[in-house]
Design a protein around this ligand. Sequence first.
Ligand code: SAM
Length: 332
Amino acid sequence: MALIDSFGRAIRYLRISVTDRCNLQCEYCRPAGGPLMPTHQEMLTLEEIVRLCRLFVGLGIDRMRLTGGEPLLRRNLIWLVTELTALPGLDELSLTTNAMLLDRFAPELRRAGLGRVNISLDTLDPETFARITRGGQLAPVLAGIEAAVAAGLHPVKINMVVMRDVNAHEIPAMIAFAVRYGLVLRFIETMPVGRAGMRTTPHFVPAEEIVALARAGGGAELIPVERSRERGSGPARYFRIAGSDTEVGIISALSRHFCDTCNRMRLTSRGELVLCLGNVDQVDLKTPLRAGASDAELVEIIRAAVDRKPLRHHFDTGPEVVESREMSGLGG
Ligand code: SAM
C-alpha cells in the first residue's frame, strides 16, 4: 500500500512537530516576540499522534521525523519514541533538535529505539551563536553533540543554515569540526518562510556559492557522491571530503528546488496536515479525530489531502505563502 499523489509521487515520509515551544529563538525561524502558541487543548496529545501515525504507517509512510519547536521540550517524548519505533512497517524514526537538552536525553532516546538525530548548529563561535539564537549558549549544544555520538545515534547530522555576513565564513571550520567528530554536515539555503524567514533574504547564499566557499583557498576537496533513488529522494546533494569518510550535503530549496521528487508531508502540533512547506494549503485532522471519526474515515481524509499535494513550492511566486507560515510551527 502506498500513498501516491496526483503527480505520481509516492509519499513515504512524515515530519511531526510535537511542540511549538523552543528554548532558542533563532532569528530566521521565530518571529520577534515569539510565535502565536497553541493552547494545551489545541495541541494533539501524544496518544492522538500515535493513532494518526499508525494510520500513516498503514498507508505506506515508512520514515518519520520528530521536530518542533524543540521536540525535547515535549513531556513524555521518550514514550512517544517507544510507541512509534514499535510500529510495524516504520523503517526509520529520527529527530531534529537544537541539542540544548541532548546531553541529558541522548542515551534514553537511543534505548527507546531512536535511530539518528539531526542537530541544528549554525556556528562554532559563542558570540555569533548568541546573536543568531537571541541569547542562546553554545556550550550545551556542543555537549549534546558529543552525547549523541557517544550514545551511538548514527549518523549524527549537523544542519547549518548558511547566511552571508553572519556565518558563511565559518564553512571551512564547520567542515573541520564534522571531520573531527565523524558527523554528516548539511549546509542549508535560507528559506523565506514566515516573517522570521523573510529576514534571511539579504543573507541568502545560493548552493553553488556554498560549494565554492567550501573549496575556497585550497579548502576542502569535495567529491560528489551518488545516492540511490531511495536515499536521493531527500533534498540534499552530497559530497565526500577527500581523505575522510565525512559527507557534506547541500540543501537548496530555492536555487535548485527538489519538488519533483518530494516524498514528504508535515503534521503540525495542532493536528494539521501540511502538504507542502511552500504553499498555504493544509488539512485539519484533529477536528474529525476528536469528533469520533473511525480509522477508515481518517484514512479517507488523509488520502484526499494527498491528492491535493501541489506540484511545487511557491516561495518565489506567492507572498501570501511566505507570510502566512512560520517555520517554528512547521518543524523545518
Ligand atoms: N528546534 C529544532 C532544531 O533547532 O533543529 C527543530 C525545529 S527547527 C524549525 C528545524 C530546522 O529548521 C532547523 O535546522 C532550522 O535551522 C531550520 N530552519 C528554520 N527556519 C529556517 C529558514 N528560514 N530557512 C532555512 N532553514 C530554517
